[in-house]
Design a protein. Structure first.
Length: 371
């Protein structure tokens, strides 16, 4: 029973990826069946297009469909026009037309990668007639028809078969980022008294960078869904901006904690720094859990208390002159750390508000479903 439960939990943890695999399979088989029923010349292109436009979320599928259809139509028009207006009678002539077709479209695709399908389409429209003895206009129509069938099939499957909304995915991605930020903060503040594991910190920071790129991409998809009224939920902008500011806070704290504090300062600040590290990391992880589950925001009062204790300890250190006599860069890092923690304090307040908004949105949605 335990093994079955573990297997179920593993599958559940990968339900988004499993849903994508099912959608891709359905889209490919449906596109082939439809293309065959319509007697399209090359059902292969319908199948390949359905694979391309069936993405992880509905928002990403919308963008993939739009880009691929625009590129296909543009490439078909250009390639068909070249083949019709400039007739050829030899292999050298065909080679010249191929250069004339590929060069400008490849240049356009380099400027705007979303139109990369145009180059492939133009080449197909130009060369397929030489294999099937068809005219360029028919080749262009066949190509657009095949891609159209694949695009529509893939998009419909994305909507109807285990649809995955980017608004839901953004919760999980944001939660991962908050947990990574908590890990980084813990490692950085610990380094002020015991030195820090730079290898571990670099791994965490790299993970934060990758997760931030992923979160921004999902945020764009979520806004695309909201604009098309395909999903509801809070504006993703405040959540993304707040997490980005917290990421910047970690970078600033990292610069302020390059080396440990002077020994006498460590003795005075060790306890309040440990409290700050523990409380903020706990708040960030609790906020991550709240985002995943759609639960209420965790209490932020312990964060206020911990940072107040740290501020009082810093004031005591300054009053006793423990920073005097040390190099100027030591004093700069000491004051920069206090400023960075105060900035993080403000941004944690924003995070508390934003998590609350996402929780309210989840509660409202549950209430509407219950009604």
């Amino acid at each position: 029973m335990t093994r079955a439960r573990q297997l179920f939990d593993r599958i559940r943890a990968r339900r988004t990826q499993l849903g994508l695999a099912i959608r891709v399979t359905v889209a490919a088989t449906a596109a082939y069946a439809i293309a065959t029923a319509l007697h399209l010349l090359l059902p292969l292109w319908a199948v390949l297009t359905s694979l391309i436009v069936t993405q992880m979320s509905v928002g990403r599928s919308l963008k993939a469909t739009r880009d691929y259809m625009l590129g296909t139509i543009g490439g078909a028009l250009y390639g068909g026009a070249i083949a019709i207006l400039i007739p050829y009678s030899s292999e050298a002539g065909l080679l010249g037309l191929l250069v004339l077709s590929v060069a400008p479209l490849a240049f356009i695709a380099a400027i705007n990668p979303s139109l990369s399908a145009a180059t492939v389409t133009a080449v197909i429209v130009l060369l397929v007639p030489t294999l099937h003895h068809a005219d360029p206009l028919t080749s262009a129509i066949d190509r657009v028809s095949e891609v159209g069938v694949g695009a529509v099939t893939g998009l419909l499957v994305s909507f109807l078969v285990l649809p995955s909304r980017a608004v839901r995915q953004i919760r999980a991605s944001a939660a991962v980022l908050l947990e990574l930020i908590a890990d980084a903060l813990t490692e950085l503040l610990a380094g002020l008294t015991r030195g820090r594991d730079n290898d571990a910190l670099h791994r965490i920071q790299d993970g934060i960078g990758t997760a931030m790129v992923n979160l921004n991409a999902i945020g764009s998809e979520a806004e695309r869904e909201r604009a098309a009224r395909l999903s509801s939920g809070p504006d993703t902008g405040p959540l993304l901006r707040t997490i980005l500011r917290l990421r910047h806070d970690v970078v600033m704290i990292g610069r302020a904690t390059v080396v440990p504090l002077p020994v006498e300062v460590q003795l005075r600040l060790a306890a309040p720094l440990s409290e700050v590290s523990t409380v903020i990391a706990r708040f960030l992880r609790s906020a991550a859990g709240a985002l995943r589950e759609g639960a209420g925001a965790p209490p932020i009062h312990p964060v206020h208390v911990a940072l107040q204790h740290y501020a009082e300890a810093v004031a005591s250190v300054r009053q006793d002159g423990l920073i005097r006599g040390h190099p100027s860069d030591t004093a700069e890092r000491f004051f920069a750390l206090g400023f960075s923690l105060e900035q993080m304090h403000q941004n944690l307040g924003d995070l508390d508000r934003v998590v609350g908004e996402w929780s309210e949105a989840s509660t409202d949605k549950t209430a509407r479903v219950a009604e």
